[in-house]
Design a protein around this ligand. Structure first.
Ligand code: ATP
Ligand code: MG
Ligand code: MG
Length: 350
């Protein structure tokens, strides 16, 4: 059987390793941090930094294909790995999604709509950008942002000074504030031979920039459901993508606007674990290992809730509840804002 290398040992890597194990595949996890959640589920673990060339080479030589659970792997590490073994999804998807500005240019180039945006490097740049996007707006770091970190909301131009100070000199992008009626996401898959399958779009609720809840089915007219799936397919084909891609969308009266894409399994796709015969993790492993895609039809209505920080206090109650599927990540330390697990509330269809 083949061995899958996974860059990153967080909860996404852990759930990928579980899915791979079910298919009889082995996983080798590469993670610089200590006590990674994926370690228990992996057949091999390398704890080394992304600058450790010897460790990267040994890792790449021990696997048949490399995938990743987060998009910020340094390019130098990827160059080295790619000289020894294929990386799926490919480098182009990573290059584009590592930088919000590049990503928006790419999406716009495909004819998809994004919020009005402009690059910002300093105060003068921000003032010019605000003229372009209007206020309110959101200033985001181009790289390394997640869970709403590295973002500042700007109500009007008087807040520009403070916003630049808050960003601490990081190259940024300013986005006009989108007045959306809902947020949805499409978890889309493409196999090595180019077949595409999308999970049913989920409706997402965030607070403080962190995903709290995903509900399927989304409250969405059929025409927008079709738009969402078609635009995801367009992105997959343009990138000759192999694996799962998460596409976050704003629903507006004028149609769908792309917020961002993630070249990996996605938090808003966790409902698939209890709503589909083949979930997003298995679908990703299948694609990456060169298998055909599986059956991702939805067989239940699902509400997924993230368990963040103190939400772990709910676990004893949830463990006793009917139709509640718990997924805990085995993290030793509970911290504010840290994703500790999730629960899927499941209502089987008819
Ligand atoms: P993650 O990668 O964890 O999804 P992130 O740090 O990349 O998060 P974004 O997805 O850019 O953050 O933003 C987080 C949330 O903030 C969005 O889901 C949305 O609720 C809100 N938001 C972001 N950009 C805009 C915008 N231009 N207009 C309105 N709301 C926005
Ligand atoms: Mg993001
Ligand atoms: Mg997001």
């Amino acid at each position: 059987g083949s061995v899958i290398g996974i860059l990153g040992g967080g909860q996404l890597g852990r759930m990928l390793a579980v899915a791979a194990g079910r298919l009889g595949l082995r996983c080798h996890v590469y993670e610089p941090g200590s006590n990674p959640p994926a370690a228990d589920m992996a057949h091999a673990l390398t704890t080394a930094g992304y600058e450790d060339e010897a460790a990267l080479c040994a890792f790449a030589r021990s696997v048949d294909v490399v995938t990743y659970e987060f998009e910020n792997v340094p390019a130098s590490a990827l160059d080295l790995i790619e000289s020894l073994v294929p990386i799926r999804p490919g480098r182009e998807a990573l290059r584009i999604s590592q930088d919000r500005m590049t990503e928006k240019d790419f999406l716009t180039g495909l004819g998809l709509r994004v919020a009005p945006y402009a690059a910002v490097d300093d105060l003068a740049g921000l003032e010019a950008a605000l003229n372009q996007t209007g206020a309110p707006a959101i200033l985001k770091t181009r790289r390394f942002g997640y869970d709403g970190k590295g973002q500042v909301r700007i109500k009007d131009i008087a807040e520009a000074d403070q916003a630049i100070a808050d960003m601490g000199g990081s190259p940024s992008v300013l986005e006009g504030f989108v007045d959306f009626s809902a947020e949805i996401s499409v978890i889309a898959a493409r196999s090595a031979d180019g077949a595409v399958a999308c999970f049913d779009p989920g409706q997402n609720e965030h607070s403080d920039g962190i995903l709290r809840r995903t509900t399927v089915p989304a409250a969405l007219p059929a025409s927008l459901r079709t738009d969402a799936v078609l635009l995801a397919g367009r992105i997959l084909n343009a990138l000759e993508y192999v694996g799962i891609l998460g596409v976050e969308l704003f629903v507006t009266p004028a149609g769908l606007i792309v917020n961002e894409i993630a070249p990996r399994v996605h938090n808003s796709g966790h409902w698939t674990q209890n709503g589909c015969v083949v979930d997003q993790f298995e679908q990703h492993v299948r694609a990456v290992a060169g298998w055909p895609l599986g059956d991702g039809q939805r067989h239940a209505d699902v509400v997924m809730e993230n368990l963040i920080g103190d939400d772990m206090d709910r676990v004893p109650e949830l463990a006793a509840q009917a139709n509640a599927a718990l997924h805990l990540y085995g993290k030793a330390e509970t911290r504010d804002g840290r994703k500790m697990g999730h629960v899927n509330f499941v209502t089987p269809l008819g």
